[in-house]
Design a protein around this ligand. Structure first.
Ligand SMILES: [Zn+2]
Length: 192
């Protein structure tokens, strides 16, 4: 039986083995997300020590992906969960960028192995995707986010673009990060 998952913001439906289960958790805060995963995996809430061991201050990340293998009725299932931070729910265009970013992480070879689908999307908006996989996984996720913004009419790296200026104001540290800047340069260089 053919099985598929739907990536909402990338607007992709991708065939996957039946052993792969995708959970788009939507907007949550970080504690809610990691606690939900702990309940899925272990059937209980996070313990204080585990919260401490997560090692970040809640509210500092915009979204994340968690994956794990779980034995269910004698079968190994691979679960993939993504979420976006509820604090950015109404912050357009950052919310669209982050959702596209996390969905692109789902495509990585050890999970869904679907970068080819992203490449087709990129070609449709005039980006040459040929050497995409020379980038790191985090940079490719940024490319996914930039692809979403471009397909929604955001003029990337255009200082006269209101939406681009809004994104910089919403996430100055993200935009200034080396990974983002590397992805942005690659994106502009490969734009027709
Ligand atoms: Zn990422």
């Amino acid at each position: 039986m053919a099985n598929s998952i739907k990536l909402e913001t990338l607007d992709l439906e991708i065939p996957v083995p039946e052993s792969l289960i995708f959970h788009d958790e939507g907007y949550l805060n970080a504690y809610e997300f990691y606690n939900k995963i702990c309940n899925f995996r272990n059937g209980r809430d996070l313990r204080m020590l585990e919260i401490a061991n997560l090692g970040f201050d809640f509210g500092s990340e915009y979204g994340a992906l968690e994956s794990y293998i779980k034995e269910e009725n004698g079968q190994s299932k691979k679960h993939i969960h993504i979420y976006c931070e509820s604090a950015i729910k109404d912050n357009y265009p950052l919310n669209q960028f982050v959702k596209g970013h996390e969905e692109t992480h789902v495509l990585q070879p050890p999970l869904v192995n679907g970068y080819e689908f992203l490449k087709q999307k990129m070609q449709k908006i005039g980006i040459n995707p040929l050497d995409l996989t020379k980038l790191t996984e985090e940079q490719i996720a940024h490319i996914g986010g930039l692809t979403i913004l471009t397909s929604q009419g955001v003029s990337i790296n255009d200082i006269s673009s209101q939406k681009w200026q809004t994104l910089i104001k919403q996430a100055p540290e993200l935009i200034a990060s080396t990974n983002f800047q590397t992805a942005l340069c690659w994106f502009l260089k490969n734009k027709n």
